[in-house]
Design a binder for this molecule. Structure first.
Ligand SMILES: Nc1nc2c(c(=O)[nH]1)N[C@H]1C(S)=C(S)[C@@H](COP(=O)(O)O)O[C@H]1N2
Ligand SMILES: [Mo]
Length: 316
């Protein structure tokens, strides 16, 4: 048995390396692009004094980066299919090239980002995050994106803005799940408090594994909130709105007894139908390992300040 405690000694269960990527150069695949990529990487590492990735790879299973092939083929994306292995096939004919992300609501400077803006308007970084689905499985993924806080700053929320509502695409013509699951309250929506949205861990993701985000992972842009159950990390966003009241998500609407607004990873509070005390590591094996689940998915020290008044034995 490996010792779990040992892992907690790592300063960050997040990324040991944050890289500031110049994606356009990188995507061109030029030598210069590669140089910018790697020098940016080294620079960030030095500045932030994180542990090198080589060390990181030696630690026990929960921190091993998940094989890219698994992240690309084991997906929850109900707009396409309820079957995890079907999503990758069903996104094949779906086109995302005329994408628009609208940012508005209670803000002074609403804006609309087109596909190119998504990867150029803000500095991109790579972060390796643990990812824990409410279904009690987990992965570790090297995402590329920008801090949502930067986008929030740029639109200047009004003081009345207390929550952020995220809306994702629901196109019945291109997304078979939207048509088939006709009792679902589409579109898929999610919400955060404005403090959660501004937390430095909250990422707007446009890539993974050094490449643009795959459609099955929520291209061209998705949310990643690593201390919450995976369903909060909405894929293929078309709208971000600043609102006064707590927004109701698709899952709260569909199954309020099972899915709350906060949905913070919490090993002490079970799902009504299964335990949340441990999780299956998605490693491609027939009998995957189970590891203990950590409070806030291991990101406790970054987020506890957000939940000072909450009783952690209760479901939210
Ligand atoms: N629009 C949308 N976003 C979504 C979902 C979905 O069905 N539709 N599933 C959620 C759930 S339950 C999980 S676990 C993650 C899965 O992300 P991945 O397939 O990239 O691992 O996406 C989340 N975001
Ligand atoms: Mo999930």
């Amino acid at each position: 048995m490996w010792s779990y405690k040992k892992n907690l000694e790592f300063d960050l269960p997040v990324t040991p390396r944050w890289a500031y990527l110049r994606r356009r150069d990188l995507m061109k695949g030029t030598a210069l692009g590669a140089l910018a990529y790697w020098s940016g990487w080294a620079f960030a590492q030095e500045k932030l004094k994180f542990k090198s990735n080589a060390d990181f790879q030696k630690v026990d299973p929960p921190y091993k980066v998940t094989d890219k092939k698994l992240v690309l083929s084991y997906n929850n994306f109900y707009e396409f299919s309820l079957e995890k292995d079907e999503v990758v096939k069903k996104v094949a004919g779906w086109k995302i090239d005329s994408w628009k992300l609208e940012v508005g609501g209670l803000v002074k400077k609403p804006r609309t980002l087109n596909l190119q803006d998504l990867t150029t308007a803000f500095e991109l970084e790579e972060r390796i995050y643990r990812f824990r689905c409410v279904e009690a499985w987990s992965m570790v993924v090297p995402w590329i994106g920008f801090s949502l806080s930067k986008l929030i700053e740029s639109v200047e929320p009004k003081p009345e803005a207390k929550f952020v509502k995220f809306t994702t695409l629901a196109d019945p013509a291109k997304m078979p799940g939207v048509k088939e699951l006709s009792n679902y309250p589409w579109p898929y929506t999610e919400g955060l408090t404005i403090e959660e949205a501004k937390n430095p861990l909250t990422l707007m993701v446009v890539g993974a594994y050094g490449e643009p985000l795959a459609k099955q992972n929520g291209a061209p842009i998705r949310l990643i909130v690593p201390w919450k159950y995976g369903f909060k990390s909405a894929k293929s966003l078309v709208k971000i709105e600043f609102v006064k009241e707590q927004p109701k998500s698709l899952w709260q609407d569909l199954a309020p007894s099972e899915y709350g607004f906060y949905a913070n990873v919490n090993p002490k509070v079970d799902h009504p139908r299964w335990s949340q005390a441990s999780e299956k590591v998605i490693d491609g094996s027939f009998f995957p390992k189970r590891i203990p689940t950590l409070m806030y998915n291991g990101y406790e020290k970054y987020v506890t300040g957000l939940y000072a008044g909450l009783d952690l034995k209760k479901k939210y």
